[in-house]
Design a protein around this ligand. Structure first.
Ligand code: COA
Length: 273
């Protein structure tokens, strides 16, 4: 892909120089599709080398092929964020292949719509295990590598604005992400002395993602959700990718413990009825 065609396809990326993330090694969980792949796409375009994890090797391969024209070095590792030992293995392989880790994006998430009284204990556990415990697993195992980053390590946790409003029909995800938000703030203070910046990015509904399709459109709620957007439209994966890039770049050097809400004003106009 030439620079001209990349800029035409992604006009918002022109606000960053093409080497904004040059030399940085970024690990993105759930990086093979949706918002995670969108973040990977932006990071690769801005010079980062990538490690992508996900549960399905075929989807990871497809993602790596799609990102290949960027010239980024990309390592894919099939792994479930719920498995602590596997997570340790991902970090070890990252350091073995790239020599270090600079940016960790905890993006992998599980969610489904279900009235609380019908949710089974296993359904609750599955989402809390992926969203909250998975974030624990990666933060915990990545600490040593992030501490050694010459740029100052970065953790970007993908959370939700619904951690403050609650999410009727997805109480498990809202509760798990509330835990993620609190973990972010705790680590920002605990790990500040090690130069590790820890922030949340809170996306709203993003066009073309499984989240929008499954949680709203497939249930005939797409139009209703659109009406909840202050800006009147859904976001693009680049909106989230570029916010993460800002936090991962030198522009984010003095930012830690913050919630970056990137949701088109969805949280303010949030009526659930
Ligand atoms: N409604 C009610 N319960 C559901 C459900 C739904 N739509 N989908 C899954 N569950 C329940 C299952 O019935 C099971 O509970 P049970 O054993 O008591 O029956 C439990 O959740 C675990 O489901 P399972 O499919 O075995 O788990 P998994 O580990 O394979 O998948 C999920 C995890 C459930 C989070 C699944 O939705 C997933 O893998 N999602 C990844 C993609 C995603 O959610 N992206 C985010 C979009 S915003």
């Amino acid at each position: 892909m030439t620079r001209v065609s990349a800029e035409a396809a992604h006009p918002k990326r022109q606000v960053f120089s093409r080497d904004a993330l040059a030399g940085r090694v970024a690990l993105i969980t759930g990086g093979s599709s949706g918002i995670g792949l969108g973040i990977a796409d932006v990071f690769a375009d801005l010079g980062a080398n990538l490690v992508l994890t996900g549960r399905r090797p075929d989807k990871l391969e497809e993602a790596a092929e799609r990102l290949a024209p960027s010239g980024a070095r990309i390592l894919t590792i099939a792994s479930d964020v719920r498995d602590y030992a596997a997570t340790q293995g991902v970090i070890e392989r990252t350091v073995a292949e790239f020599g270090r880790l600079d940016v960790l994006v905890n993006n992998a998430a599980g969610n489904f719509n279900c009235p609380f009284e019908e949710m089974t204990p296993n359904g609750w556990r599955a989402v809390v295990d992926i969203d909250l415990n998975g974030t624990f697993n990666f933060c915990h195992t990545a600490f040593k590598a992030l501490k050694a980053s010459p740029y100052g390590g970065r953790i970007i946790n993908i959370s939700l604005a619904q951690v403050s409003s609650g999410w009727p029909g997805a109480a498990h995800a809202a509760s798990a992400k509330a835990g993620v938000t609190a973990l972010t703030r705790s680590l920002a203070v605990e790990w500040g002395p090690h130069g590790i910046r820890v922030n949340n990015v809170l996306p709203g509904p993003i066009e073309g993602t499984e989240g929008l399709r499954r949680l709203y459109e497939a249930r005939g709620e797409g139009e209703k959700e659109l009406n909840r957007m202050a800006l009147g439209h859904f976001g693009e994966t680049d909106d989230i990718g570029l916010s993460c890039a800002f936090l991962a770049s030198p522009a984010g050097d003095f930012i830690t413990g913050c919630d970056m809400t990137v949701d088109g004003g969805r949280w303010l106009k949030r009526s659930w009825t």
